[in-house]
Design a protein around this ligand. Structure first.
Ligand code: GTP
Ligand code: MG
Length: 477
């Protein structure tokens, strides 16, 4: 089974990480809470799939003395066996990362995998990328190398960060470049949280533009996420629950925790085919080969169904959903992790993949793929090809689930938004001096990034126009 190293950068990246590790352990049937409902469910799940879980466990965790018997049931077992997460935790302030050091999972993280400083990158991409990127290059290189050396089947890096601030966007993309330079053949899958239009950081448009340019150059695949979309998904989930659950939820709610667990479930689902067996397993390297037709056109829409929230009481076992309903929900724009519709009529699908987990059958998939092909517009080369994956192990708490991945020209709306927000600020040269006073940053970098993103938008519209011309010609004949 493949192995993955997660790299968490900045506040957001590390908060996503703090949702990631308990849920990843949960998937292997390992208990991290004292909640009795969850305990029962996890243990049942654990017993049913013990062999598969045992084989798949080293995907995210280093087991020093490999044992034949998979005996881990809770954190104490992990500590006794000196299990370590394959992770590097980076932040230029230490408040979020230090929460890891105090959490019940603290012994999962080796001291050498923490790279922190004080007091952050001041919401400035240039400080994250140029100042911290140079100063911490050697430490990052060493920390990553140490984790990599403990892998014998390293398949990919999973980088988690946001683009609105300075550390996740600046140092995050500097780290991505480091990964590309040092490990060019290992996939770099990035989950990037894009800021909402009503931004909490005035310089977010600059940081987002500059980071996006780096993501285009150095990532294998980017799975963009918007907090607005996550919040809407969480709210929709809440209105479906009864009042008592709603009250419990409101009391215990930590909004980012639920929003982040949606991202985590997407990442766990994405990697499931490389970790668990299945009758038609989709490996991670197949994701990039199938979904990225040209190197820079690697932004992928993702949606999952059913949605899982992590708050106590909320992650109860669901009855088997009707399979067709799983697919319909995954195609809905309401389930997309960004606030765009990949299937809108003016767009064209460049590539698509559906990864099912649990008791979905090939017949279910085939029937639904046909529905999908009839409702969507494709390029000439993607019309008849649909990558499908079937992984037999469902996520914790569900009997089946579906991840839909789409490379759609509709993504250009995200890029146009980035340029619009940037131009509003840049027209008045507001806040520019914070960037130009950073050693290594040139003002031309803003305009070059803008040009590159614009030319990406042109690529998407060219593909869409060619397809439209083809379609109308066909109609005339
Ligand atoms: N989904 C999600 N978004 C977050 C989280 N924390 C922060 N954000 C978003 O991330 C952006 C701010 O970036 P941060 O991650 O706080 O910044 P940073 O990378 O630590 O950079 P600096 O603090 O500027 O050094 C804003 O758009 C926030 O809404 C989180 O836990 N989850
Ligand atoms: Mg920060």
């Amino acid at each position: 089974m493949s192995q993955f190293v997660t790299i968490q950068v900045g506040q957001c990246g590390n908060q996503i990480g703090s949702a990631f590790w308990p849920l990843a352990l949960h998937e292997y049937g390992i208990q991290t809470t004292t909640d009795s409902v969850n305990l029962l469910k996890v243990q049942r799940n654990h017993l049913k799939h013990i062999d598969e879980l045992s084989n798949a466990f080293p995907s995210f965790f280093h087991v020093p003395n490999s044992t034949d018997k998979f005996y881990f049931q809770d954190v104490a077992d992990l500590n006794a066996a000196k299990i370590k997460a394959r992770a590097v935790l980076i932040d230029m302030e230490d408040s979020v990362v230090s929460r890891f050091k105090q959490s019940p999972l603290r012994q999962l993280f080796d001291q050498t995998c923490f790279v922190t400083n004080y007091p952050g990158s001041g919401n400035n991409w240039a400080i994250g990328y140029h100042v911290h990127g140079s100063e911490y290059y050697d430490r990052l290189e060493n920390s990553i190398r140490r984790v990599v050396e403990k892998c014998d089947r390293l398949h990919g890096f999973l980088l988690m960060h946001s683009l609105g601030g300075g550390t996740g966007s600046g140092l995050g993309t500097a780290t991505l470049k480091l990964l590309k330079d040092n490990y060019p053949h290992v996939e770099r899958i990035v989950s990037s949280v894009y800021p909402a239009n009503t931004q909490d950081t005035v310089t977010a448009p600059y940081n987002t533009l500059l980071a996006t340019q780096e993501l285009l150059e150095h990532a294998t695949c980017v799975l963009p996420v918007e907090n607005k979309a996550l919040l809407d998904i969480c709210n929709a989930q809440m209105t479906k629950r009864n009042n008592m659950n709603q009250i419990n939820y409101n009391v215990s709610c930590r909004p980012f925790q639920d929003m982040n667990s949606i991202i985590v479930n997407m990442l766990l689902h994405l990697t499931s085919g490389s970790r668990f067996p299945g009758s038609l397993n989709m490996d991670m390297n197949e994701v990039a080969t199938n979904l990225v037709p040209y190197p820079k056109l690697h932004y992928i829409f993702s949606s999952i169904s059913p949605v899982t929230l992590s708050a106590p009481n909320m992650c109860t076992t669901q009855e088997t959903k009707l399979q067709d309903e799983l697919f319909t929900n995954a195609w809905s724009r309401n389930n997309q992790l960004i606030k765009l519709d990949p299937l809108q009529s003016a767009s064209v699908i460049l590539a698509a993949a559906h990864i099912a987990r649990g008791n979905t059958t090939l017949t279910d998939i085939k029937r639904n793929i046909e529905r999908f092909q009839n409702k969507s517009k494709f390029t000439s080369w993607s019309k008849d090809c649909m990558k499908i994956g079937l992984c037999s192990i469902p996520p914790a708490g569900h009997s089946s689930s579906l991840l839909c991945l789409l490379n759609s020209s509709a993504i250009s709306a995200l890029f146009k938004d980035i340029i619009r927000e940037f131009s509003t600020l840049y027209k008045k040269k507001a806040h520019v001096h914070h960037y130009t006073q950073v050693n290594g940053f040139e003002e031309t970098h803003f305009l070059e990034s803008k040009e590159n993103i614009l030319s990406l938008c042109e690529c998407y519209s060219e593909i869409r126009n060619i397809e439209e011309t083809n379609i109308s010609r066909l109609q005339v004949i």
